[in-house]
Ligand binder design. Sequence first.
Ligand SMILES: [Mg+2]
Length: 95
Amino acid sequence: MSSICQEANQEFGPTLTIVKAAEEAAELSAACAKLATTKGIALKEWDNVVDETADVEITNERVALLYPHGPEEFERLVHERKVYKLKRLEGIINA
Ligand SMILES: [Mg+2]
């Protein structure tokens, strides 16, 4: 997938790549809000959350490719932060 993302970044440039990531994050946020306020099973709303999550994962990969220290370092740092935040969450739920 990264070669497609790299091609997309070259086509649209860094500014539009970052703006697209912000747009997709906002769409996922809206989809989650809609899901939370819909009564019942809400399969259509879940489908939208799935769709927007896919968009966010793609745009996250495209943003990682722009990172000055490289995408591997970006992913390593994100993983490091996730470990920290999951430990913090564990502390909250076990308090
Ligand atoms: Mg979208």
